[in-house]
Design a protein around this ligand. Sequence first.
Ligand code: NAP
Length: 269
Amino acid sequence: MRTSSTRWAGLRAALARLIAAIVVTTGIVALDVASSVAHAADSARESVAILGTGRVGAALGPRLAALGHPVIYGSREPQRADVQALVARSGARASAASIAEAVARADWVLIALPWTATESTLRTVDLAGKLVIDPTNALRFVPATGYMEMAVETSAAERIADLAPRARLVKAFNTLGAHVMADPAAAGGPVTVPLVGDDAAAKARVGTLVRELGFEAQDLGPLRHARQLEGMALLYMVPLLKGPRTDVFEYHLRRGTAPVRSQGVRPAE
Ligand SMILES: NC(=O)c1ccc[n+]([C@@H]2O[C@H](COP(=O)([O-])OP(=O)(O)OC[C@H]3O[C@@H](n4cnc5c(N)ncnc54)[C@H](OP(=O)(O)O)[C@@H]3O)[C@@H](O)[C@H]2O)c1
């Protein structure tokens, strides 16, 4: 006859086996769900039209492709040898096409055009509903001073918004050099990519992309702040234009703390 303590030990062992079975089964289910979600996310990666195959296009294109985005380079000469070499560098799903075709085929559009060509080019395409990333700077070089100046009253981003009011426009990547876009490690430390835009969901999505590319993202408000971001680009250029090269810097916004009453400072109203 079994004692009550042996019966209790048997019950505990059965309970332990049951819990182990539940943990294993749910673990496998969770793993299955996680892997199918990851697979679905990868196969659903947004296609990106990159307009322009210069420094910015060639820096970000291969990196977006490496993240799994099908990249379509929009070029004035898609068959040109250097454009085809860039396509080859961007993996099997990359291609090159005319600007209009690239935009038509893509979910997202990255405007990697000189400011002087941006407005005329965008007049030829329909950006309605597309998530548009704008790294352009409406700056011009002033030979008399050796510095840059703003070329418009507002900003490149606001002029783009006027041309494409139904685009989901986010300004990003305009405050760092193409060499850092290509290789964040080249900066020798963390780099912040400020974001402005009026479409919160689009801005959040670009923020995720910025982090995937190895940068920190900082939301700095609405699109009307774009002129300030373009001013940051103007200042970024100072040591690059006039030197000394040892003064070259990157923008990195260190996390701070909000002011508190105990600091003896009147809180902002
Ligand atoms: N370079 C940087 O470090 C940097 C950093 C931050 C922001 N930005 C901004 O990003 C934008 C792109 O800069 P980027 O340095 O990549 O320019 P870029 O090297 O001059 O390349 C621009 C590309 O745009 C295409 N394009 C179309 N129309 C053009 C025209 N009329 N003239 C010249 N090119 C034309 C060309 O590609 P196809 O020949 O294939 O058509 C060209 O390779 C600019 O607005 C710039 O202010 C640049």
